[in-house]
Design a protein around this ligand. Structure first.
Ligand SMILES: [Zn+2]
Length: 312
């Protein structure tokens, strides 16, 4: 693993690159300097813990300095290292539907091992349990006050049924950490991609959530995948339009009447995405690096579950 390029993007917030799968700018954790010490937003996968610790070390910190951890949701690329963080002394703040799984991850991990297979052991790693008294369930709109800094939970469902964005306000500044609500961005571009994952994908709720994030009128939007967004209005508009288009495409490809095989669905979905990327002058190699087969397979699985639930 190379030395971390932790870049101080802002005097309050530093993005830590967790080098997920050895890739740059794929999965982030954010270090926020609160009036009562360093705070983490997201902690990444369990297997990225060494990268998280290196990133903290580059800032003169260690894991035991982190007393508060805000999680957008409990998917393993965001919250897999939570057990390590709480055992080192952090209290984790999370959506009420996510909280029980951090205390007892057994059900979450057995479904993760079914869904991810080898990917789990190779890249994500296993979430360890956290002491119950260090997991705080936070309702929509609830505020966690740290001196003059506040973190407000903004329930943002659609990607998952247990997702919060976090609005951080301090000295007149407003920052929103959107988790997966605003989608993901290919490094060095403004090209949005979407994790339409099973089992809780809900495009209607997701659209409402994108609007909610936009309505916060934050000074800056921070993506877990990956980093600060300069033109948040354009980015959210693109994410919303893509969510609409991509779900409509998957609905039509997965319609039984088309009679497509699973392989044909995959091929058509991938070539649609490649064409879209090329329209945006995206290097196909960059697209392939960040959107591997796993990305398309898991989006197809997510859409299949959604359409089944929607009864169509
Ligand atoms: Zn994610």
């Amino acid at each position: 693993m190379q030395q971390q390029p932790t870049h101080s993007d802002h005097e309050l917030v530093t993005t830590i690159d967790l080098h997920f799968k050895g890739l740059r700018e794929h999965v982030a954790a954010f270090l926020v300097r609160s009036p009562e010490g360093p705070v983490l937003i997201e902690c990444g996968p369990a297997l990225c813990l060494p990268a998280l610790e290196q990133g903290l070390d580059a800032l003169g910190l260690s894991l035991t300095d982190i007393k508060r951890l805000f999680l957008t949701h409990i998917h393993l690329d965001h919250a897999g290292a939570t057990g390590a963080c709480t055992r080192a002394g952090a209290t984790a703040y999370v959506h009420p539907r996510g909280a029980p799984h951090l205390v007892d991850p057994s059900r979450l991990m057995s479904s993760a091992s079914r869904v991810f297979g080898e990917e789990l052991d190779q890249h994500l790693g296993w979430l360890e349990s956290s002491p119950e008294n260090q997991i705080v369930a936070v309702e929509d709109g609830e505020v966690i006050q740290i001196g003059d800094m506040s973190f407000t939970a903004i329930e943002t469902l659609g990607h998952a049924s247990h997702h919060h964005a976090w609005l951080m306000t301090y000295e007149g500044e407003r920052h929103v950490f959107s988790g997966d609500t605003a989608g993901m961005r290919l490094p060095g571009t403004s090209f949005v991609t979407l994790p339409l994952v099973a089992p809780e994908l809900d495009p209607v709720k997701w659209q409402e959530s994108i609007k909610r994030v936009g309505d916060l009128q934050a000074d800056r939007l921070w993506l877990t995948h990956f980093g600060p967004v300069d033109d948040q209005e354009a980015f959210l508009r693109d994410a919303s339009a893509l969510l609409h288009t991509e779900c409509a495409l998957l609905r039509s490809l997965l319609d039984e009447a088309t009679g497509l095989t699973a392989e044909e669905v995959m091929t058509q979905y991938r070539s649609w995405h490649l064409e879209l990327a090329q329209q945006h002058q995206i290097d196909p190699d960059l697209l392939h690096t960040y959107c591997s087969d796993i990305h398309y397979e898991s989006n197809i699985a997510g859409a299949t579950r959604w359409l089944h639930r929607a009864g169509s």
